[in-house]
Design a protein around this ligand. Structure first.
Ligand code: UT7
Length: 351
């Protein structure tokens, strides 16, 4: 049997920081409210397009795997904020990397896009269509944010992460997952103004209003992720005790707390980075997974559970068995163009 081992990992966080206090300069909000209701302290705002964030993250993942761009046979790019719809964003990453042997596709399932992309790439490797893949979760939510709406604009940030996958005879990588969607609830998280449906309404593209029922999303998120975790564990006949590390989607610390309580998961096994980045949509779980590796939480051959949810309302949970190697083989020399702009300055230009 062939498995899809995860042998490379990389991230790219744009340098400009937007703090809770920055948000309070133009919104009726404050650090105490945001911290206590969400767990977030700051988030990043990108000065470049999403493809550039993705390119740097992908180059880092390739270096960590010790591979060349020519080795990549597939690029799956998960996002909701693609720079353009045709041509796709994965093809831009292919061009920037020089990954001339890669097939390229984009996947949009909102915040779960990185994890759905991981499923697509894993399945294509296991079925023999390709031997290797780059999986990307990247997002520049700041460009489609309704900055005057405090219900949503405090929650999101920009970022990117990537994984390199390759065939292996050793049982590792994604071993089971559960994916689903509450389509009947799609209207409770909707970015109005983002998409062709709005083109005849004479709206300026990117000038959005968000339909966002926070409490309903909260309940559906906990329900969906709990169900997904239970189903993924059941596929392998595992109990929660077999899980060494939980790397959940970081949309709200209270959502993570409710999930861990429901699942009776020990808090000390849950990886959290929400205070630094907020919710980066498609990038969130992959950035968290990459940081969990880089910060030593992922150990050789450990079992990782990754629950996620997002607009749609899509939900997922992946059971990942890590391989023997937890250190990067090499470092990439690729980096973002520099900027002197602060997060607040970048946001002021978008408002
Ligand atoms: O990946 C999918 C993305 N979506 C999500 O993750 C959303 C899930 N939902 C949530 O995370 C939470 O529902 C929120 C963080 C969005 C809101 O937290 P909440 O505890 O559900 O607050 P609430 O909406 O019930 O609002 C409580 C109060 C309200 O005032 P009143 O009616 O009690 O006077 C709001 O107007 O807090 C007010 N409020 C704020 N106050 C200061 C709402 N947003 C803010 C704010 N700053 N940013």
């Amino acid at each position: 049997m062939t498995y899809a081992a995860i042998t490379g990992w990389g991230k790219c966080l744009p340098p400009a920081i937007l703090s809770n206090d920055d948000l309070a300069t133009f919104l009726d909000t404050n650090d105490e409210w945001i911290t206590s209701r969400t767990g977030m302290k700051e988030r990043r705002i990108s000065h470049v397009d999403v493809s550039e964030l993705a390119y740097v993250a992908a180059a880092n993942a390739l270096a960590a795997a010790g591979k060349r761009a020519e080795d990549v046979e597939l690029i799956v790019f998960g996002s909701t904020t693609f720079d353009e719809m045709c041509p796709n964003a994965a093809s831009n990453v292919q061009r920037l990397l020089g990954a001339c042997n890669a097939a390229c596709m984009d996947v949009n399932t909102a915040c779960t896009s990185g994890m759905y992309s991981l499923t697509v790439a894993t399945a294509m490797i296991k079925s023999g269509v390709v031997n290797s893949a780059l999986v990307i979760g990247a997002e520049v939510v700041s460009r489609i944010m309704e900055w005057s709406n405090r219900n949503v604009s405090i929650l999101f940030g920009d970022g990117a992460a990537a994984l390199y996958l390759e065939t292996s005879e050793i049982r590792q990588g994604v071993l089971a997952e559960s994916l689903g969607c509450y389509g009947e609830s799609r209207d409770i998280l909707s970015v109005q103004g983002w998409g062709l449906k709005y083109a005849d309404k004479k709206r300026i593209l990117g000038e959005t209003s968000w339909a966002f029922s926070g409490q309903e999303i909260f309940k559906k998120a906990v329900k969906g992720m709990t169900q997904a975790c239970e189903r993924a564990l059941a596929k392998l006949g595992l109990q929660t005790e077999a899980i060494d590390l939980i790397v959940p989607h970081q949309a709200n610390l209270r959502i993570i707390d409710s999930l861990t309580k429901n699942m009776k998961l020990p808090k000390e096994k849950v990886f959290i980075n929400i205070e630094r980045y907020g919710n980066m949509s498609a990038a969130t779980t992959l950035v968290a997974l990459v940081e969990a590796v880089q910060e030593g939480y992922v150990t050789a051959n450990c079992n990782i559970l990754v629950p996620a949810f997002g607009g749609g309302l899509t939900w997922s949970a992946h059971l990942i068995k890590w391989g023997a190697r937890t250190h990067a083989i090499a470092q990439s020399e690729v980096s973002l163009p520099e900027t002197t702009q602060t997060g607040l300055e970048l946001v002021q230009a978008l408002r």
